[in-house]
Design a protein around this ligand. Structure first.
Ligand code: ZN
Ligand code: ZN
Length: 408
C-alpha cells in the first residue's frame, strides 16, 4: 500500500462552502481514508506533506473538452494521422492536469485508447471520460466536409470529432459502436455550430426519432446523452427527448430553464472558447467562415448563464477550447464569477460536475472514500477566483488518485 498524510491544510468543503482549518487528510492508495484534526496520524509507510495552512480543494473537473483538437481547423484534423493526433493529445492532457484538472469529459474525438493510455500512465493526464465520436447528421456540426467535397470517410480510425449518421437505425448503430468501446456517454450534435463549415448556428439537427434512438441506446447501457445545442428551439426538443446535458446553450430562454429543472438536466456553458475564438481563432487554424459565426453566440453566453443561475439550473464547468487556445482553460472561472458567486463556480467544476458524470462521492469532493484527487493552492479561492483562474501563479500541487502528478 502507498500512503500520504497531508497535515495542517485549510480544506475547502465544497458542499458547505466553507473552510475546515487545521485539517489532516490520510490517503491510502488511490482514495481518501480519513479526514480530521491532529488525531489523524501517519502510517509507518506514509509520506507526509505539510500544507502549512494552505488551501486544499478537490481536483477540478472540466465538463467539456476536446483533447484531440490540437487545431481549430476541424476539417484538417480529420485528415491527420491518428498517431500524430494522439501524440499531440498527450501534451494537451498533460497541460490540463498541470492546470489542476484531474477529470475531463471529452465531448468528441477521444477514444478508449487514449483513456487507457492515461489510466495506465503512458500519458500523464486527467481521468478521461470519453464518448468516442460525436454523432451528427449529414451537413450537421460533426460533418466537416466543405460543400464541394462529396465523399464521406467515416472510417473509425480516422481522426476528427464526429461521425455522420442519418435515420434512427444509423444513429442507433453509431451509438452502439461508441458504447461498444466503453464510452461514458453519447454526444449528439443537435444544432449548428461555429467550427463546422456548412451549417447555420440557428438550425436544429437530428430528428426527434433519431435523438430518441440515441437516448434509448445510452440508457439501455446505463449511460446518457450530451447534446450540443445553441437556440431554445434546439435545446428544448433535446431536453424533451431525455438528453441529460446541454452543451453551450448560449441562446436559451425562460422556457428552457423550466425544462432543465423538470427533466433534471445539466447545463454546460463554454464561455471562454468564444472569447478565444473571436480574438485568436484564425491564428490557430479557425477558417474565416467559422470566425464569422462566433459573433452569433458570443454576446449571449453570459446572459444565458445568468438566466440559468437565477433559475436554479444545475450548471457545470466547460471550456471547449481548440488548438493553441487550450492554455485559456482556467479563465472560464473568472468569466463565470462575473455572474455567479465563486462557491457556485467552484461547485460547477467539482460536486455538480461529479453528479453529471455519475461519480458523486468519488470525485469533486474531499471526503472519506473519495478518490484522492487533491489540489493545494496559495490563496483563498472562495474570495478570489483568480486563485483558480491563474494556476500558473497559485497552484502548488496536483494529486490524482493518490499520486503526486505536479508540483511547483
Ligand atoms: Zn459543440
Ligand atoms: Zn465542443
Amino acid at each position: 500500500m502507498t500512503s500520504v498524510l497531508i497535515t495542517n491544510a485549510r480544506v475547502l468543503d465544497v458542499h458547505g462552502g466553507e473552510y475546515l482549518e487545521g485539517t489532516n487528510i490520510l490517503i491510502a492508495d488511490d482514495s481518501i481514508a480519513e479526514i480530521g484534526g491532529g488525531e489523524i496520524k501517519a502510517l509507518p509507510e506514509s509520506i507526509v506533506i505539510d500544507a502549512k495552512g494552505r488551501t486544499v480543494l478537490p481536483g477540478l473537473i472540466d465538463g467539456h473538452v476536446h483533447v484531440t483538437a490540437s487545431t481549430a481547423d476541424m476539417s484538417a484534423l480529420a485528415e491527420w494521422s491518428p498517431t500524430y493526433v494522439a501524440a499531440r493529445a498527450g501534451h494537451i492532457l498533460r497541460d490540463m492536469l498541470h492546470r489542476g484538472f484531474t477529470t475531463v469529459r471529452d465531448m468528441g474525438g477521444a477514444d478508449h485508447g487514449l483513456a487507457d493510455a492515461v489510466r495506465e500512465g503512458y500519458f500523464p493526464g486527467p481521468r478521461l471520460l470519453f464518448g468516442g465520436k460525436a454523432l451528427s447528421q449529414t451537413g450537421g456540426h460533426g460533418d466537416m466536409r466543405h460543400p464541394s467535397r462529396i465523399v464521406t470517410d467515416d472510417h473509425p480510425c480516422r481522426a476528427g470529432v464526429g461521425v455522420v449518421c442519418d435515420g434512427a437505425d444509423e444513429v442507433r448503430k453509431a451509438a452502439r459502436e461508441q458504447l461498444r468501446t466503453g464510452a461514458h456517454h453519447i454526444k449528439l450534435m443537435l444544432s449548428g455550430g461555429v467550427a463546422s463549415p456548412t451549417d447555420r448556428v440557428d438550425s436544429t439537427q437530428l430528428s426527434l426519432d433519431e435523438i430518441r434512438a440515441a437516448v434509448e441506446e445510452a440508457e439501455a447501457a446505463n449511460r446518457y446523452v450530451a447534446g450540443h445545442a445553441y437556440t431554445a428551439r434546439a435545446i428544448n426538443r433535446a431536453l424533451l427527448c431525455g438528453v441529460r446535458s446541454i452543451e453551450h446553450g448560449n441562446l436559451l430562454d425562460e422556457t428552457s430553464i423550466e425544462l432543465f429543472k423538470q427533466q433534471g438536466a445539466f447545463y454546460v456553458p463554454t464561455l471562454v472558447t468564444y472569447r478565444a475564438l473571436a480574438e485568436e481563432g484564425p491564428r490557430h487554424g479557425l477558417p474565416e467562415g467559422s470566425h464569422r459565426k462566433v459573433s452569433d453566440v458570443l454576446e449571449h453566453g453570459l446572459r444565458a448563464l445568468e438566466l440559468a443561475h437565477r433559475g436554479g439550473v444545475e450548471i457545470v464547468f466547460g471550456s471547449d477550447l481548440l488548438g493553441g487556445m487550450h492554455p485559456h482553460q482556467s479563465e472560464e472561472f473568472s468569466i463565470r464569477a462575473a455572474v455567479q458567486p465563486t462557491i457556485d463556480v467552484i461547485r460547477s467544476a467539482t460536486s455538480v460536475a461529479a453528479r453529471l458524470v455519475g461519480l458523486q462521492g468519488r470525485i469533486g469532493e474531499i471526503t472519506p472514500g473519495a478518490c484522492a484527487d487533491i489540489l493545494m493552492v496559495e490563496g483563498d479561492p472562495l474570495n478570489d477566483i483568480a486563485v483558480l483562474a491563474r494556476p500558473d501563479k497559485h497552484l502548488k500541487l496536483v494529486m490524482k488518485a493518490g499520486r503526486i502528478m505536479h508540483q511547483s
